[in-house]
Design a protein around this ligand. Sequence first.
Ligand code: PGA
Length: 253
Amino acid sequence: MPRTKFIAGNWKMFTTAQTGRELAAAVVKGCAGWAGVRVAVCPPFTYLNVVGEALRGSPVALGAQNVYPANEGAFTGEVSPTMIKDVGCRYVIVGHSERRHGLGETDPFINSKVHAALNAGLDPILCVGETSDQRKAGRTEAVLDGQLVGGLQGLNGGQAQRLTIAYEPVWAIGTGVNATPEQAQDAHAFIRRRCADLLGPETAANLTIQYGGSVKSDNAASILAQPDVDGALVGGASLKADSFLAIVRAAVA
Ligand code: PGA
């Protein structure tokens, strides 16, 4: 069975209640009648409710951008997996580079989020990726390896069926410099090989691996055509319905 492509929009810290609702409605409208692709949008926490309303009854799924690894408690300012599930999310992004590098998230902490998300019935999207310096030093595979071993610790093959991995080279995020299709394919093939060791060959063969980092309507098709690229995690280009829908269209082409 070929893997179904999965396009997710990471809205980051953008939108308002009104622009979020409008954007979600436009994505729903644009996706009507399309089959053969999974689509999700991940608005800020504050707009999960309004965006969820706009998505209601549509095939476009809701995702959150982060989660705290406990279901409740004295964790001022944090949001739990059960809360995210309760508000209608299917997905949650975990270990985004802006959290790893900007907010100091470590692999063990990210691993606890993966487990907490799965235990609450959420499907985690685990982000991995090397910095520009790491790539230049020839350490891309070593970095990905460390993030996979650390992030997937203690996961069994059954749980991992609900996992998505997003390969997001840090140097490509928000820079306009996307990985070439060959660079993306090499990294994705490596990730799939390592996941075969860590989670079993069957889980790895079925695993959805998204590429993220300056995906736009004009480069999506060539990246998505790579055999181990199963979708995209889209930042900037997900904030306009037209550009996001063009990427979704490239995934079904
Ligand atoms: P970008 O962001 O598409 O704006 O590069 C991708 C991401 O950070 O998920």
